[in-house]
Design a protein around this ligand. Structure first.
Ligand code: LMR
Length: 328
């Protein structure tokens, strides 16, 4: 990157620091839907770009497009297969059209904490999941953590019964849709970028998400409060196109893969901290968080776990058992 390009990018108020790839560099677009700072995915994507742009200068260059500025998650995988974008990190709930293998992550109350998720993903079984879409043209490169999900709504929610009749925005996942139906709520699949407006205008009454997403999108501003249910996990898979990856010179592919792996290890190890900071930032900005006592929490487990019955045959009891073992 020349000084002129930097100056131009700065004066144009470019949204990403990686603006201005040099001629001759392999340019890669990384599209995602969250904010960039105080967010596990935003931080990791930018760190990946910064490292590639420094260490592979002259060879390769990553441009990050955060906040759904390039694609929504329901467009990005098709765009990737067309060669219009090279990296994305949709949540595991967004791959259903390509594989059902990630449904296990959407079942409520499977993983006790992010350490259990990490251990399951690192196992042979978890690592094999990254290749589950290769025949469909997508290669999973790394899992990225976000965290456990909380419930929020326009009225106080303490017990699972409080969800009855509420219209709740969900990610487009059969498991999450069924989970909300089990609670007597009305699930409304919707793109992430539209959720704040939908909550504000009453198109939906509530949603479920992680602390960093609730903070990053300011959902706490347009909800009565957030109930600390920790009922499910929201994690990511960094994906790329098999064909595009195969087209790269081997040294470029190796260096990219190594940098992405190192960034993933570093950021995944820091995720608990980012999560806690986002939770605190919600409180500092006037958001309301409702904690549950043991009996209240058990009521959520009892209300939501029956949804497992609908998916156990597809997911496989042996896979659920393998995941549960990491809670020990
Ligand atoms: C959502 O749609 O709520 C999340 O998947 C967004 C994200 O990327 O964390």
């Amino acid at each position: 990157t020349t000084m002129t390009a930097i100056a131009l990018a700065l004066s144009a108020g470019a949204a990403f620091a990686s603006a201005g790839c040099d001629e001759g560099e392999i340019v890669m677009k990384f599209a995602h839907v969250t904010n960039s700072d105080k967010h596990p995915k935003g931080i990791a994507a930018q760190m990946f770009a910064d490292r590639v742009n420094a260490e592979m200068d002259g060879k390769a260059c990553v441009e990050v497009y955060p906040n759904s500025t390039l694609y929504d998650d329901d467009q990005v995988l098709e765009a990737m297969l067309q060669g219009d974008v090279q990296f994305a990190a949709p949540s595991l709930s967004k791959f259903e059209a390509f594989t059902k293998q990630f449904q296990i992550f959407d079942l409520p109350f499977v993983f006790k904490n992010i350490e259990a998720v990490d251990a399951f993903q690192a196992s042979e079984q978890g690592q094999a999941m990254k290749e589950s879409m290769v025949r469909r043209g997508l290669l999973g490169m790394e899992f990225w953590h976000n965290g456990l999900k909380q419930m929020s709504a326009k009225k106080p929610v303490v017990m699972p019964e409080d969800m009855k009749g509420l219209k709740i925005r969900v990610q487009p996942s059969d498991v999450i849709v069924a989970q909300m139906e089990t609670l007597g709520a009305s699930p409304q699949p919707m793109a992430f970028a539209e959720v704040y407006g939908a909550l504000q205008t009453g198109v939906v009454d509530g949603q479920e998400n992680t602390w960093s997403n609730i903070y990053g999108q300011k959902f706490y501003e347009v909800q009565d409060g957030i109930t600390e249910t920790n009922h499910g996990v929201l994690d990511y898979l960094v994906v790329t196109s098999v064909d595009w990856m195969d087209s790269l010179p081997e040294d470029v592919r190796t260096q990219l893969t190594t940098i992405l792996h190192e960034v993933s290890m570093e950021r995944n190890a820091a995720v608990t901290q980012v999560d806690a900071e986002a939770r605190q930032a919600i409180l500092d900005n006037g958001g309301v968080i409702r904690e549950l006592d043991d009996a209240q929490r058990q009521a959520w487990v009892d209300a939501m776990k029956p949804v497992w019955d609908q998916f156990v045959d597809g997911i496989g009891q042996e896979n659920i058992d393998a995941a549960l073992a990491f809670n020990a």
